[in-house]
Write a protein that binds this ligand. Structure first.
Ligand code: 26Y
Length: 817
């Protein structure tokens, strides 16, 4: 039974009391903060549900084309404030006031919600920003993914400074943001064998029989658009046994056997990226991919047929976007469903598949380019292997007719890698089955065409394109930085929320002293708030007037947290040399998780924490330098950090960061970037102007050339005495008195011949750029001018712009409105 008092302006208190009493059975006097959260969430969800139904009706009537965004990851962040602030009627202000009269702060009530960590990093957060933009712009769109019981682990730092992973269930408490409770379900099949026979018309039909099946049950999360009538949904699949409980086995005393089928099925959606270092782990990941792809495709075909539209019209009704290669089995499963289940001719099915699908690549790193052993397909998806072979035969024929006699090219481009154990190349499958293939920033899209997909780009240049990433302005400015949002709205009205380019109109304010002062005061308040969080988390007090220098992202050697750390050690040693020197005080903030099996990344975290411990407890340093590793970086923590940053570190080895999106979030909140010419940094530099960003280091071409010459880090170290001293200090165990080998694994790696990420090679240039940062920060007005300019120049980096490009150039869709 839902509440009867709708959540509307003028009725917030009544709506709350109504949900408390009638849905939760609590009086206002008894209500805890959690109860208030529950009641408010219930009321908000009802509003969304109403809009969602209306959206579905509009989509059905208008028969507009719909996007299906398939992704293994969605990092949505918390829902309550996002939903409340999306309403166009100022409701959130009344909610805030009402809660205050009840003795609660909205921010604290909102923090009752577990942040759903259904992703790892950039790719997952991008998917969430895209869903936000799709709804805001009024496009019909469905996200499809997995409802992991346990998303990304909670990162705990142990007393030695090392990362420990703790399972965290976002579902431990009732989740109000889900709709459906498993209303939709599809059968997903594994194993078995194939048989073929002729039908009445003499055509060969393939059957896949004796399979082991599971249910995929769907749960929907509602996705509101900002100041938009559109509410879309994200459908996440959860595994269930076909026979959840075998009562005969149970009664015979076999309690484990009675539920084993249910457990096996539920394991499919148990965790995000299960460790794949064991054969069981590999198999589980493979099954997860097929599981969510199959359920999603069955779902969209069922809806298409329910609309009484013929299958050949599918490309006019649906666009499927593959978020990297994790959903690449879409190409094969769609062929299987069209040909084997719905009797479409092979050639027609292939044309439909290619017109419907498109693929985004997010990384050039070789270890992330997925391949699956042919033997896994043989055992778990035998019919799909036949289909892959057929696709490959047709494709290689095309290659041969384009490039006769070029056997080497055929070998290179084949879907099957024949070296060693035979493997299916999932990225090639994604390319062959898509009408558009895009990278996520200009440099990355070019490199993608010149390296990993060079043969394909030569054969089909018209299929390759770029769509530079973007971020959701609502979450990363409107919600994360209410102070700045209010200032912008005061000056411009609120149009910027859905049209970030509108900030250009404020460019006059860059030199306006009063505006600068207000901008600076907002930044200081945000820094004060983060300083409080730092004290709560780390028991370290930092000075909010210091320069807040931020590097937040996954911990990976290519992102070069070690370059940052080396410079911190250099600064530390400089202060010790001359405690009286007049240095710009800095708080260096680092956060991010390491993959559980990535030992070097974990050593990096441990070293950062050990250096931090030494510096932060060294009384001689006082406020001049603090190093803070904030544990358990997630979307909610990011929302606190971004608005408080002065400096944004984007210092990957050029050519390795596909785009980056944290760079955009930080700049939008007024941080200046210190960065390499990599990923979207290049485009950020173009947008803000070369004078308003600190660019340093080797270009992508220089990296390649230097590597070709033979890179010797030892030689680099010898040439820079400060760098040498910092490395020696780390190597001596100064920061890790308990265990010298903790630091030595890191210094050994940095100094190893040909070190792949070339950390030391960029050190001189990095340190020089950091000196420029200090010099500018010492001139607060100049700094603020550039900071304002950065924020106001981020128009091109709204995910609304990215989505508009996908809509026009890849999906051919129009808004429902
Ligand atoms: C399955 C496994 C091998 C794997 C799992 C996750 C491979 C890759 C990933 C995730 C990649 C990722 O998050 N890439 C990031 O995507 C962002 C959005 O496009 C980019 O901004 C960022 O540069 C890129 O590293």
């Amino acid at each position: 039974m839902v509440g009867s008092v709708p959540l509307r302006p003028g009725a917030v208190r009544q709506a709350l009391v109504d949900r408390l009493e009638r849905s939760l059975g609590k009086s206002l006097a008894q209500a805890t903060r959690r109860d208030i959260y529950d009641a408010l969430s219930l009321a908000v969800r009802e509003e969304l549900a109403e809009r969602w139904i209306a959206t579905c009706n509009r989509v059905e009537k208008a028969r507009v084309k719909r996007v299906c965004y398939l992704s293994m990851e969605f990092l949505l962040g918390r829902s309550l404030v996002n939903a409340l602030s999306s309403f166009d009627n100022g409701l959130i202000d009344e909610v805030r006031d009402t809660l205050r009269t009840l003795g609660h702060e909205l921010e604290q009530v909102a923090a009752e919600e577990e942040d759903p960590g259904l992703g790892n990093g950039g790719l997952g957060r991008l998917a969430a920003c895209f869903l936000d933009s799709l709804a805001t712009l009024g496009y019909a769109a469905t996200g499809y993914g997995i409802r992991y019981d346990y998303g990304i682990f909670t990162q705990v730092i142990d007393p030695e400074g090392a990362q420990r992973e703790v399972a965290s269930s976002w579902l431990a408490q009732h989740n109000f943001w889900e709709r459906g409770y498993g209303g939709v379900r599809y059968r997903v099949r594994f194993g078995g064998r194939c048989q073929s026979m002729r039908d009445q018309d003499g055509r060969i039909r393939h059957e896949w029989v004796e399979t082991q099946d599971v249910w995929a049950v769907g749960y929907d999360l509602l996705i509101p658009g900002n100041r938009s009538p559109t509410v879309n949904h994200l459908r996440l699949w959860s595994g269930r046994g076909i026979i959840p409980f075998r009562i005969e086995a149970f009664n015979a005393g076999n309690y484990a056997g009675a539920v084993s089928e249910q457990i096996d099925a539920k394991n499919l959606s148990r965790v995000l990226y299960p460790d794949d270092s064991t054969p069981q782990g590999k198999e589980l990941r493979f099954k997860q991919q097929y599981f969510f792809v199959s359920a999603s495709l069955q779902d969209l075909l069922t809806q298409h047929l329910a609309d009484r539209r013929p299958l050949k019209e599918l490309p006019h009704a649906i666009a499927i976007q593959l978020n990297d290669t994790h959903p690449a089995m879409t190409i094969v499963e769609l062929m299987h469903l069209l040909v084997d289940i719905h009797g479409v001719e092979w050639a027609d099915a292939w044309q439909i598949t290619r017109e419907v699908c498109s693929y985004t690549n997010h990384t050039l790193l070789p270890e992330a380019l997925e391949t699956w052993p042919v033997s896994l397909f043989e055992r778990l998806l035998p019919r799909h292997l036949q289909i892959i072979y057929q696709i490959n035969r047709d494709f290689l024929e095309e290659v041969s007719s384009r490039y006769p006699q070029d056997l080497e090219r055929r070998r290179r481009m084949s879907l099957i890698n024949e070296d060693g154990d035979r493997r299916v190349r999932m990225a090639y499958l994604s390319v062959i089955g898509s009408h558009r293939i895009n990278g996520v920033a200009k440099l990355h899209s070019r490199l993608m065409q010149e390296t990993i997909f060079a043969d394909f780009a030569q054969m089909w240049p018209e299929r390759f394109t770029n769509v530079t990433n973007g971020i959701a302005v609502r979450r990363w400015l409107k919600q994360a930085n209410p102070g700045l949002a209010a200032l912008l709205t005061e000056k411009l009205g609120s149009a910027w929320e859905n049209d970030l380019e509108d900030l250009e109109r404020l460019k006059w304010a860059v030199d306006d002293v009063e505006f600068q002062q207000r901008f600076r005061a907002i930044k200081l308040a945000n820094k004060q708030r983060l300083a409080d969080t730092i004290e709560r988390l780390l028991d370290v007090r930092v000075n909010p007037e210091a320069l807040f220098d931020v590097q937040v992202k996954r911990i990976h050697e290519y992102k070069r947290q070690l370059l940052n750390l080396l410079y911190v050690v250099v600064r530390y040693l400089r202060i010790l040399d001359d405690p009286a020197a007049n240095l710009v005080p800095r708080v260096v903030i680092i956060a991010g998780k390491a993959a559980p099996g990535y030992h070097m990344a974990k050593s990096i975290i441990k070293l950062i924490n050990n250096v931090a411990h030494t510096i932060n407890n060294d009384a001689r340093i006082a406020d001049k330098l603090k190093l803070c590793f904030l544990p358990d970086y997630d979307v909610s923590l990011a929302q606190e950090i971004m608005p408080a940053a002065d400096l944004s570190q984007q210092i990957s080895t050029a050519g390795m960061e596909a785009s980056g999106t944290g760079n955009m979030k930080l700049s939008l909140n007024g941080a200046l970037t210190i960065g390499t010419l990599d990923g979207a940094n290049i485009e950020i530099c173009e947008a803000v102007g070369r004078d308003n960003i600190f660019i340093f280091g080797m270009t992508e071409q220089e990296v390649v050339a230097r590597r070709a010459q033979g890179y010797s880090p030892v030689r680099v170290m010898q040439a820079n005495s400060e760098l040498k001293r910092a490395l020696e200090k780390i190597d001596s165990g100064y920061f890790t008195p308990g265990n010298i080998s903790d630091s030595r694994v890191v210094t050994d790696r940095l100094l190893s011949d040909g070190e792949h990420f070339m950390v030391l090679a960029d050190f001189d240039a990095y340190a020089a750029a950091q000196e420029e940062v200090d010099a500018l920060f010492a001139q607060p007005q100049e700094w603020t001018r550039k900071s304002v300019l950065n924020a106001l120049s981020m128009g091109p980096f709204s995910s609304d712009r990215s989505i508009t490009e996908y809509a026009n150039n890849i999906w051919s869709i129009k808004p429902v409105l």
